[in-house]
Design a protein around this ligand. Structure first.
Ligand code: NAD
Length: 317
């Protein structure tokens, strides 16, 4: 009997037919539920599947216990916060992700959002379309101090771009003891407090864990420099949304950009939507053709390799 694979990522296979061909050649019967994803439906049908290529939605622990056929979960991306890894390990379910592959795409977006904020690009666009033709004065992005929270694959690529803008880069990452050689002339490893107090732009690039949830609340926001810009392309919940709203509304934080939110899609009545100087994008960090193409390919190769008993790339559990 053929093996069944469920795909809940919105972007799987959007760039080329190759990933789907790999799954079909491996004998998989494929069900695509990315475009019209529904969590309730997912919870009902996943017990029938042997393999899963998962998007960003939750896979509850107790549900995993009801999936005796499931052999492999391939995360269509890097962040593993929606998958209970310990439970998967206990149940013998293999988990793979695709780290690093989307790090150029997310870094481009983070830098783009910082420039959009400091030069009011989105505000100017919206006002001009609404009939105005008035200049909006912004701030230079170049030569400022950039604070990176987390210094993994994405943050390193943001730092590389910041070098070209002549920026001074501060990085906080408690799991990195020494900076790689290439960053040393323009990047310094500092405490979180130093970033909070001295950076003109703060960009977050770390996983959502019990340790990082609500890492940035009113306490940290109030210590930030007047006029700071905050960009979160990592995960919703690391920056407290209610506190960020107040800090931007008061003008202490000059602007914020969020590619991620605690609840996705973000609720229509979330107050963050009401402020002109908050840019909100629908979790598009890795949505470049190059990144999606590479991530889909690796997920398909891993799912096929698992059932063919071959070696896997980026096996986490
Ligand atoms: P990575 O694993 O290469 O880097 C994460 C870094 O965070 C590591 O260096 C780690 O040491 C550091 N870190 C962990 N806990 C920390 C803490 N308490 N304080 C400071 N640093 C801490 O991951 P990456 O590829 O750079 O991705 C970073 C995050 O971006 C991912 O975890 C994911 O949540 C998010 N992401 C978002 C998108 C998107 O579409 N917006 C796409 C990819 C990744």
């Amino acid at each position: 009997m053929s093996k069944k694979i469920l795909i809940t990522s919105r972007s799987f296979g959007k760039i080329s037919d190759e990933p789907m061909k790999i799954l079909k050649d491996a004998g998989f019967e494929v069900t695509m539920k990315g475009a019209d994803f529904d969590q309730k439906e997912f919870e009902q049908i996943i017990p029938e599947y042997d393999a899963l290529i998962i998007g960003a939605h939750p896979f509850p622990e107790d549900l995993m216990e009801k999936c005796p056929k499931l052999q492999i979960i391939c995360k269509h991306g890097a962040g593993l916060d929606n998958i209970p890894l310990e439970k998967a390990k206990e149940l013998g379910i293999t988990v793979c992700n695709v780290p690093g592959t989307n790090s150029n795409a997310v870094a481009d977006l983070a830098v783009g959002l910082m420039i959009s904020l400091s030069r009011n690009i989105v505000i100017a666009n919206n006002r001009t379309r609404a009939g105005e033709w008035k200049p909006v004065i912004g701030l230079d992005f170049c030569y400022k101090t950039l604070g990176l929270i987390g210094f993994g694959a994405i943050a390193k690529n943001v730092a590389r771009r910041a070098k070209g803008f002549g920026m001074k880069v501060l990085a906080y990452d408690p799991y990195i003891k020494e900076l790689p050689e290439e960053f040393r002339d323009y990047t310094t490893l500092v405490s979180l407090d130093e970033i909070i107090k001295t950076a003109d732009f703060i960009s977050l690039h770390l996983p959502l864990t019990d340790e990082t949830r609500d890492m940035i609340t009113v306490k940290e926001l109030s210590k930030m420099k007047e006029g700071v810009y905050v960009v979160n392309t990592s995960r919703g919940g690391i920056v407290n949304e209610a506190d960020l709203y107040e800090a931007v509304k008061s003008g202490h934080v000059a602007g914020a950009a969020l590619d991620v939110s605690v609840k996705e899609p973000m609720d229509m009545d979330n107050p963050l939507r009401s402020l002109e100087n908050i840019i909100i994008t629908p979790h598009i960090g890795m949505y470049s053709k190059e990144a999606i193409g590479a991530v889909s390919l690796i997920c398909a190769q891993n799912a096929a390799a698992k059932i063919e008993g071959k070696e896997l790339q980026f096996k986490v559990v």
